[in-house]
Design a protein around this ligand. Structure first.
Ligand code: NDP
Ligand code: PYR
Ligand code: MG
Length: 614
């Protein structure tokens, strides 16, 4: 018997699996998949009640009489025809009638499962109010209560027991043209720790922002939970827990599982399917980034996206303080992936300003669970990403004393521990700085190192403040401050949009510095005068498009874009790809769009009392 080379066996198996996969898709899903695409030219072959059950196509009572007759849904809806404007108004009235944010979250998720366009339309119209529901802080609460909130899967759950079959599972996803995946293993969900499979709320929420903020069509996005178990005993004892009830798998088996996942993504969706790593624990996050960064189209949002958004906020803060980056001393409270990612990008930016690497690193101090990171301290790991920031000096545990010793001009919290910046710390920052810069980056709100109100009050209104989760405006001594939101949501949707639009092969480090600079340039003097070092949240969609266009310029200039021919006007090119929340027309072909169905996003001007009084 002649030996068949291993390579050939692998390729035969792969072909067989691929064939099986295609057959499966043909049997089960191909009609839905094909018709689910957003093109305004496409006409659905789904008819009757199936059309109403498809969230990507359903427009509820907005189907016109002609459409209802043409699509076989006449009589399945009440006779009135409502415009999307009225539907959006109804959603918001109901939203305001609810008593708590968890119910609001559930209601919005239900809407996204009924009528996707309406869901994204209301977020686009009300970003300041709704982003904190689908994203931080409420998404954190939703993850903690995911057993209650969970109604139906909105992505893939791949467990460690699926090792060896990940490709087959990816084939079970009916959409064939996935362009972006957000993946988590649920080990560090915001500052809430290991939530296991309950962490699925995070990839879902991040990808909803891909669409709501960056206009990436929802059918191009796939949330994935890699369930390797959980070490959170409380969660796994919860009768409503949705994941594997076992300890986390680590080591070689974990590594092989992740390797297989990345290979399967490429095999199933192509080499330029973007994979965003989200909320992995620090020890895995860094290692996986280093391992995959050059091989795949991937980035780690907690390390790289966060670094960019914080650097950008610092550019804004420096416009107020009038200092250069390397004229500052930085103290990080929390020395994990977010802090080290930010510190590395600040170092990179200081080197670009002319500092040596040694000089740049010398300005950055870190403080972790064991206290100030110095070489003489008895306990705590000093290796890994913290290593370049270890200082010579005496070990100090008390944070107020640390601030007194280091004398930072900029204090950044990325510890996941609420209220570490207590009165003593904040007052000390105010004692040593005319304009102390204080960023409380931890999420959700309960984990913020201080509130906006505390920061302004304890520094006598002199601090420049930003936070990871949103805080309302604060009035202190007759002046109203509008704290900026230093959240990677200003970066990852733009990076993803540019990468996808340009078909870039990799997400390279320089994209984050460029994105940070562009975001910083979009902060107006009026924003700074109000105390805001980020553009206001209602402008986040426009800001994202501008950053993405700027990144597209860079990708084409550096020959990293593979979408040819090169478009002349990059902003127009980006805008042409954006998801449109206006409804598709399903009537007879000769019919024309009436004027009022314009594709622009307009906020309804109608008085909501008309509906409430009716
Ligand atoms: N605003 C934004 O856009 C983002 C915010 N974040 C937030 O940042 C926080 C941290 O995330 P991440 O870096 O990924 O988490 P990690 O687990 O990687 O890091 C946490 C760090 O905080 C330290 N720490 C824990 N407890 C204390 C304490 N009591 N005092 C001082 N330091 C402490 C840890 O110390 P040790 O190293 O000794 O364990 C570790 O260095 C989270 O709340 C997350 O939500 C993250 C990404 C983006
Ligand atoms: C914002 C974010 O990515 C985090 O808190 O983990
Ligand atoms: Mg995160």
């Amino acid at each position: 018997m002649t030996a068949v080379p291993l390579r050939n066996i692998r390729s035969i198996l792969t072909c067989q699996r691929h064939l099986r996969c295609l057959q499966q898709q043909r049997r089960h899903a191909v009609t839905v998949t094909d018709e689910y695409r957003p093109s305004t030219k496409s006409r659905s072959s789904l008819k009757g009640v199936e059309l109403l059950r498809n969230p990507g196509l359903n427009k509820g009572m907005a189907f016109t009489l002609e459409e209802r007759q043409h699509m076989g849904i006449h009589g399945l809806l009440p006779p009135a025809v409502l415009s999307q404007d009225i539907q959006a108004l109804r959603v918001m009235i109901n939203f305001h009638r609810m008593n708590n944010d968890l119910d609001r979250y559930s209601e919005l998720m239900n809407l996204s499962e009924r009528n996707e366009k309406l869901f994204y339309r209301v977020i686009a119209d009300n970003p300041e109010e709704l982003i904190p529901i689908v994203y931080t802080p409420t998404v954190g609460l939703a993850c903690q209560k995911y057993g209650l909130v969970f109604k139906r899967p909105r992505g893939l759950f791949i467990t460690i027991h699926d090792k060896g079959h990940i490709y087959d599972i990816l084939c079970n996803w009916t959409e064939q043209h996935v362009k972006a995946i957000v993946v988590t293993d649920g080990e560090r969900i915001l500052g809430l720790g290991d939530l296991g499979a309950f962490g699925m709320g995070i990839p879902v929420g991040k990808l909803q922002l891909y669409t709501a903020i960056a206009g990436v069509p929802p059918q191009d996005c796939l949330p994935i939970m890699l369930d390797v178990g959980t070490n959170n005993e409380e969660i796994s004892a919860n009768p409503l827990y949705i994941g594997l009830r076992q300890k986390r798998v680590t080591g070689k088996e974990y590594e092989e599982f992740l390797d297989e996942f990345m290979e399967a993504v490429v095999q199933r969706f192509g080499w330029n399917c973007l994979v965003q790593f989200e909320d992995f624990a620090s020890q895995n996050a860094y290692r996986l980034l280093e391992r995959y960064q050059k091989q795949y189209c991937t980035f780690n949002d907690d390390i790289q996206g966060t670094a960019a958004v914080v650097l950008s906020g610092l550019f804004g803060a420096l416009r107020i303080s009038g200092k250069k980056l390397n004229e500052n001393t930085f103290l990080f409270v929390g020395a994990g992936q977010a802090a080290c990612g930010i510190a590395d990008l600040i170092t990179h930016a200081m080197i670009r300003e002319g500092a040596s690497e040694e000089e740049a690193r010398s300005k950055i101090w870190m403080y972790d669970v064991h206290g100030l990171i110095v070489d003489s301290r008895p306990q705590g790991d000093l290796d890994g990403p913290k290593a370049p920031y270890v200082k010579k000096g005496k070990p100090i545990k008390d944070l107020t004393q640390v601030v007194d010793y280091v004398k930072p001009t900029i204090l950044l919290g990325a510890s996941g521990v609420g209220r570490l910046f207590h009165e003593g710390v904040l007052k000390k920052m105010a004692d040593i700085n005319e304009r102390p810069v204080i960023f409380a980056l931890s999420n959700p709100t309960s984990r913020a190192e201080c509130t906006a109100e505390e920061a302004y009050r304890e520094t006598d209104g002199r601090c420049i403040f930003a936070s990871g989760s949103p805080f309302k405006a604060v009035t202190y001594k007759d002046k109203t401050f509008h704290p900026g939101q230093g959240n990677n949501a200003y970066i990852f949707p733009a990076v993803a949009l540019a990468t996808i639009a340009c078909a870039a092969r990799h997400v390279e480090e320089d994209m984050f510095l460029i994105a940070a600079q562009k975001l910083g340039s979009l902060v107006s003097q009026a924003d700074l005068d109000e105390g805001r070092v980020y553009p206001p949240v209602p402008t986040i969609h426009e800001v994202t498009v501008k950053i993405a266009a700027h990144l597209a310029e860079h990708l084409y200039k550096t020959k990293k874009a593979w979408n040819y021919p090169e478009p002349e006007n990059k902003e127009e090119f980006i805008r042409m790809q954006l998801y449109d929340t206006s409804y598709e027309y399903f009537g007879p072909k000769t019919w024309q769009w009436p004027e009022q169905h314009s594709t622009s996003r307009t906020v309804p001007t109608m008085d909501e009392n008309i509906i409430l009084d009716a």
